[in-house]
Unconditional design. Sequence first.
Length: 254
Amino acid sequence: MKKTIITLGLTSILLNGCAVDPRTGQTGISSTAAGGGIGAAVGAGAGTLFGGNDLVNAGLGALAGGAVGAGIGYYMDQQQQDMQQSLQGTGIEVQRTADNQINLNMPNSSSVTFASGKTDLNQASQAALDAVAQVLTKYPESTIIVTGHTDDVGADADNQRLSEARATSVGRYLVQRGVNAQRITQQGMGEIAPKLPNTSETNRAANRRVELAIKANNNAGANNPQNQPTQGYPTTNQPNSYGYPQNNQPRFTQ
């Protein structure tokens, strides 16, 4: 019985969260609903750890976890949309993962890369990072991982240091543009994660890059409850729509 009720709740969350992508016309599960479903499943499991009635605790845990998950999903939905709008024309790809992470990736052919052996940001890079910083400061409940990369020219140890310096250069620039330094983690991958084989100068230029990953905090969206969706979660002022008779409804017999 417990599994049945929880399954019905998750199904309701996901069905209510179906959305149509205005760019493709395809129908799918929104990130808000996906986050709500994941949160509900985690919350249901956690609710049974407190003893007492497992059914009640699982139900309460599912509702609480679902609400948190949906809030995070909605928060990242809005951040992704703003980031896509701000980065139009820069060539930077905005990608969303299943766990609500936003990745900013350099395309194979882009001016938003580094000269060989350099850490300096060119004008195109600075313009793109200005747009990124503007969105990041608007959504402070997230952390940023800045990862630097190099091509295969030079010694491995030198390329490792160079990739770390490139990540530091980008991180420092974001801080100068108003992003809280405590939100930023920097790391270098050296030459071990190329986007393309280092077989030509064009490919090497694409590999000399920095990529950003944006992750929501656990309290993302909690400070703006008026902006969070309520779909998929019944409230007390909604009419009964689950097929169960209510005391104030007439019953009909044949």
